[in-house]
Design a binder for this molecule. Sequence first.
Ligand SMILES: O=C(O)CCC(=O)C(=O)O
Ligand SMILES: [Fe+2]
Length: 255
Amino acid sequence: MATASAFTRERIADLAAGRSAAVRVPGVMPAARCAEILHALESSRFEAYGRQRVHPPVMRFGVGVSDHRANGAIADSYWPSVEAGRQAWQDLGLSYDPFALCRELLGADWPGTVAVGTNGGRELASGVAREPNYGFQVHFDEALREFQGDLLDSPLVAQFAFNLYLSVPKSGGETVIWRHRWSPADEAHRLPQSYGYAESVVGDVESVEIRPTVGEALLLDPRNFHAVRPSEGGRRIALGFSMGLSITGDLLTWG
Ligand SMILES: O=C(O)CCC(=O)C(=O)O
Ligand SMILES: [Fe+2]
């Protein structure tokens, strides 16, 4: 786990190569801007992720492809909701696109471009605001396992998860990352019908616990099992999206 003052190409390369588990960049988004985005979101209606799969419930504003997966492919229902999500973000009335700002931060030092990924030429969603007040179960994220073939038009060689914290609770809300990647035996620890695993799946392997601060960005290797602890005393709201390193050398995002 590294703390840096910016997303340098070395930090991103370290993550892609599996040399580090996460990079945190505190204060990368000015507090006033976080407050502005948060203010716009606070009066908006968040929706729950699919409640069967995601329990305890996690609220989100915007669209995630994980809720639109059918037989290892993107379900048809995804595309109209990408459009609706885009409209909902526009209706917030901000004079900028918060996800475009995040992509700029990520691309400041990267030799290739940072762009929203496409599938069949269509742009995927650019991201969500997530509110896991009851936490996230221990889980991993890996498009190569969740989808058959390539999720994006350009194949990926590494995957990252990006979070930018707009609001953090008084206590709790820590992100925990374990030095453990999925193997078939882990399925014995799977929670029924859930995206998550019992904590026994990680045993006593090395872990890092991160207590996010407002304006901080965290880029992690989501192949490592990770979790978010329940929050107390305040909302935990973060901008989030997935990102891949494509074979072209570009960074491609999706929500
Ligand atoms: O909210 C966080 O800190 C991490 C959420 C998460 O599971 C992810 O970004 O993949
Ligand atoms: Fe995750």
